[in-house]
Design a protein around this ligand. Structure first.
Ligand code: FES
Length: 505
């Protein structure tokens, strides 16, 4: 199973690319085309198919290629946007609705695992949030009170499951965890059994309204009554790109010299915060720790983020072996709540789910429930709180996204002279840099064999300049989060096309 970066996540180990059985392009009109084969796409597809609709999942790479393959898979009834913030900005009723949506999402996980007998390491665990100084303590009190008002089961805790000094802690009951790719593969099987179609390596290039929706894909056109973009952020240029800021987060899976693995989920209160949990795979335990988040494209030496995660783990644990380390992308919504529902600026039967913040796995199922209800019943209890066209913008969000002011002109050289390049870039193998060539920027990467790879660094989405991500060996756009391989291949939207390749002669 491949994902959108060079580092291998724990969820790729031992996982082949999903072997889809129903792969022929439908000829008639289907009910729903779901663009994106991550946890949101596959779960939504299954719910809709089980509701009697004919669905197709179109995935540009393989199932779990994007953030589903790079999550740390915490299932929570609380969110990065805490309930006190939600009450302040939206009111108590919306906080209660949000809490209800999370509880329904967690119930859906539990139901799916039991109903379809999915062997995905699903376990219910308590989730601990702990303060380490007076300021955090005060904030924790606020979070506790607001969580109670929202109707979430939470209480004070005298101990926490990790060997860290703390001043005050609360515990959310009945949270959960899964192995995300095993879970998604299990759902995909059920979806196919129910008659659903999964098309991998199938890129959607356009959706047009022609009385019916026509989805143009690399495998051919599909006619459909509805389209859902479950692509993390919708492609193209849309209002939502100005309301979501892309972030990277870093995770490590390690084995310990002792058996000091936490039997719960845990979160500190720094910004960015650290998160901990244990996953057992084939009888072996792994401690998973994450953090060190930063805005996409704002950090070149992303290796340092792993160094800091490792140093943090070593402060508290005796590491035996670092088994996997990886990073992944998420989108921070402008007002703190996800965007799930009709995609603004599109026909009324085009839907989206995005802006999950650091709570993607929980939101995937909130989205599946909400989108299923919107399409099948025409309404949802959660329609209004997650409405993508809502107006609210928090003050200062414009500065939140690094809108690269130097929107650059098209690069026109298609071929570069080697002598000039070597003179310009003294790169070690495995390194990359933006260099100047005849006054224009070129994104240059030297592979481990000493071969150069050059691409035009102008992002095809809205013409910002990409930056290097050293750990994942990718070119990342700081504006709206598009990502590309060293050869310019599109890894992550909202761009719809690759970076332009430049020959070196
Ligand atoms: Fe928007 Fe690159 S992602 S300009």
């Amino acid at each position: 199973m491949k994902r959108d970066g060079a580092m291998q996540s724990l969820w790729q180990v031992g996982m082949d690319v999903y072997n889809a059985k129903n792969i022929s392009l439908p000829t008639g009109v289907v009910d729903v085309v779901i663009v994106g084969g991550g946890i949101t796409g596959v779960t939504t597809a299954l719910l809709l198919q089980k509701s009697g609709l004919q669905c197709v999942v179109a995935e540009a790479h393989n199932l779990c290629f994007g953030t589903t393959g790079g999550t740390t898979a915490h299932l929570n009834t609380f969110f990065d946007t805490s309930y006190n913030e939600v009450i302040k900005d939206f009111g108590e009723l919306d906080a209660q609705l949000m809490a209800a949506s999370a509880r329904q999402a967690l119930n859906l996980f539990k139901h799916n695992v039991a109903e379809y007998n999915i062997d995905c390491g699903y376990e219910e665990k308590d989730g601990y949030l702990y303060a380490q100084d007076k300021e955090q303590w005060d904030e924790l009190e606020e979070i506790y009170k607001a969580s109670k008002k929202a109707g979430v089961e939470v209480m004070y805790a005298d101990t926490i499951p990790i060997p860290v000094q703390f001043t005050k802690a609360i515990v959310y009951k009945a949270q959960a965890q899964i192995h995300p790719s095993k879970y998604v593969y299990g759902l995909a099987r059920e979806f196919e059994k129910a008659g659903g179609v999964i098309m991998q390596n199938c890129t959607v290039t356009k959706v047009e309204e022609k009385g019916i929706l026509v989805v143009e894909t690399s495998a051919g056109d599909i006619k459909t009554k509805n389209v859902i973009y479950a692509t993390h952020i919708p492609p193209g240029v849309n209002l939502l790109h100005f309301r979501n800021a892309p972030y990277r987060s870093y995770a490590m899976a390690v084995t310990l010299e002792d058996d000091n693995y936490p039997d719960a989920l845990a979160y500190d209160m720094y910004d960015p915060y650290h998160y901990y949990r244990t996953q057992t795979i084939d009888g072996k335990k792994y401690l998973i720790v994450g953090g060190e988040d930063h805005k996409t494209g704002h950090e070149e030496n992303t290796d340092h983020c792993f160094t800091r995660v490792e140093a943090h783990i070593r402060t508290h644990y005796n590491i035996d072996k670092i088994v996997n380390q990886w990073s992944s992308q998420y989108f921070e919504p402008s007002d703190g709540l996800a965007y799930i529902g009709h995609l603004p600026g599109n026909p009324e039967n085009v839907y989206v789910a995005t802006g999950y913040s650091g709570n993607g796995i929980t939101y995937s199922h909130i989205a599946a429930i909400t989108l299923r209800d919107l399409i099948v019943k025409g309404d949802s209890d959660f329609k209004e709180i997650y409405e993508p066209s809502r107006i609210k913008m928090v003050a200062g969000f414009a500065n939140f996204v690094k809108e690269n002011a130097d929107v650059v002109k098209e690069f026109f050289a298609k071929r570069l002279a080697m002598e000039k390049i070597t003179a310009l870039a003294d790169l070690a193998p495995g390194e990359a840099r933006l260099v100047k060539y005849d006054g224009k920027s070129v994104a240059l990467y030297k592979d481990e064999d000493g071969k150069f790879h050059a691409v035009n660094p102008v992002c095809p989405h809205a013409k910002c300049l990409v930056g290097w991500n050293n750990a994942e060996k990718s070119w990342d756009c700081p504006c709206h989060g598009s990502r590309f391989s060293v050869n310019g291949e599109l890894l992550t939207g909202p761009a719809r096309s690759d970076l332009e390749r430049i020959d070196i002669g």
